[in-house]
Write a protein that binds this ligand. Sequence first.
Ligand code: ATP
Ligand code: MG
Length: 686
Amino acid sequence: MYLEKLNPQQRMAVEHGTLTDGSHIAGPLLVIAGAGSGKTNTLAHRVAHLIVKGADPRRILLMTFSRRAAAEMARRVERICRDVLGSKTGVMADALTWSGTFHGIGARLLREYAQQIGLDADFTIHDREDSADLINLIRHDLGFSKTESRFPAKGTCLAIYSRAVNSETALDQVLRDAFPWCAAWEKQLRELFACYVEAKQAQNVLDYDDLLLYWAQMVGESVIAEDIGSRFDHVLVDEYQDTNRLQASILMALKPQGQGLTVVGDDAQSIYSFRAATVRNILDFPAAFSPPADIVTLDRNYRSTQPILTAANAVIDLASERFTKNLWTERQSSERPRLVTVRDETDQARYVAEKVLDHREEGLKLKQQAVLFRASHHSGPLEVELTRRNIPFVKFGGLKFLDSAHVKDMLAALRFAQNPRDRVAGFRLMQILPGVGPSTAQKALDLMSEDASPLSALAAMPAPPRSGEDWTAFVSMLQEMKSGKAGWPAEIELARQWYAPHLERLHEDAATRQADLLQLEQIAGGYASRERFLTELTLDPPDATSDQAGVPLLDEDYLILSTIHSAKGQEWTRVFMLNVVDGCIPSDLAVGATAEIEEERRLLYVAMTRARDGLDLVVPQRFFTYGQNAQGDRHVYASRSRFIPATLLQFFEACSWPQVKSDAAAQAQARQVRIDVGARMRGMWR
Ligand code: ATP
Ligand code: MG
């Protein structure tokens, strides 16, 4: 029986409020516990238990951090249900239709309630890059980029806007707290944001933040809140420590008394404050209700061996604030986590590649091993090394397949067909055509925006002088797509055919890019409609694959490379953590405020607690930086991360690699040092 596999506290959380009668809807529940204590597992069991006890899966709302996590959860729920109730539940667990991310669920609800809230249901969603592009267009229109030569860059403007919206904080305070160097532009930023909001509305686009903001506004209307709230008997949220205030207020609006509400999280793993997530949400949850929410804590870790757990606990013990207590485990092992010193990032890459292959020879699949890093670009040298050795890998986080120019072009075509008022998409597309520059595109878009039927307005326009046939082909592609005659996903072929000659013209490596587009078509085939595809893709892109390593098939074995942020909630038998040095973790971007340093510490804790049996923290003595230091040198001499002070060394096995240096290598190193010293000396006189 599935309940018997759980420990008493887990079982308490699973059965909370369902002991007497399955149909009874329980009061609010918080499960707060450390990494690997079975929170996610408990949540999956709770959902399954509710279904087994008769809850209607279509009336369960389950929100997780990523779509991948939601899919994994649905699988687990289905497995448990099938074991208990036999095959007929296959159908039932499939009916767990309301599971996904906050943003994804928000997008669905907004489309459904569009009419009631004065929104056009055909809205398209801008990802961060599109949003930054739109801000940039407006920045130029307002003339800020010209007259104010040091006006914040588009990315910074977007970050400020996003922070203010997500934390529900006034602009002046956001500037004071987080962007003091931009405070002088408060007036201009206010104007920029006002225009940005207007532009989004005129173009019928929503950015990521809007999905939450509109959702929060929508349920601020009590009639709608009740309507949506009453559709769900149970609302469950995983990784609650990384939600922001808007998300909390949405939950409270849906379930003001907390009936049927379960949230799960770990304050020691709160790592998204840069997106305005706040650990207060989880800490304040119990008292938000009266009577207060029940709290279940879990203290047994099932994931890691005792030595790994001891080391991770030691790192997080130095944190200034923490609610969850240290964990214990029964998994004994004589293998301690390793702290491996290597010369530089090249050696680090070699070390990891060799160890990974060693483990594979011992029978461990590549998929059961992962390499984690603080910033996406840290994996560069490793990606090269893996490619050289033909070790397949997949990368999570950072630059994605979907961010490449040709894929974005195709997606823009689909988006523009869906919503011809989407200026960022239109602006991008038109400039693909030969002879069309920014001003021609702007003019065409202006004419379109003034017309009730933008596509007809486009068709009625004379083609720009040097782009006759290309222009006509472009317009008819859009019209054909909009008509919906080809159907989904066949219509994507229309866009690809239209795009093919341009691809040839614009890119030397057109053949590989064509292959990407074919892959995109395949991915698209898995979605029910254009609208669904665009929404999900923008919100939670499928996993990035490295183009150097080719695209591994699903059943193929591959190594996982991931930023720590994207590794949340997951586990691997063996974990390597790159660049455990000051400047990387804590990131030198964070050096300053205590709160930021504390978040970096939690990041290292998250990384370490992903490991089941083996953990290697690698410390290169030099690493490459993107900026130059005062001496014009791009290499920086690194010291071990401050999160592992000498007092903690006892929890690790310290070693260096390669163990024995050949004379030649030692000489090369000595030469290298002389060169660096020279660069420093010269730099003094620059
Ligand atoms: P994180 O904080 O990293 O998200 P978590 O608390 O959500 O971790 P899970 O991922 O749910 O933890 O569980 C960690 C591991 O422990 C999983 O492999 C899970 O199957 C296992 N596990 C959880 N509970 C039990 C149990 N009662 N018996 C055996 N294994 C368990
Ligand atoms: Mg979890």
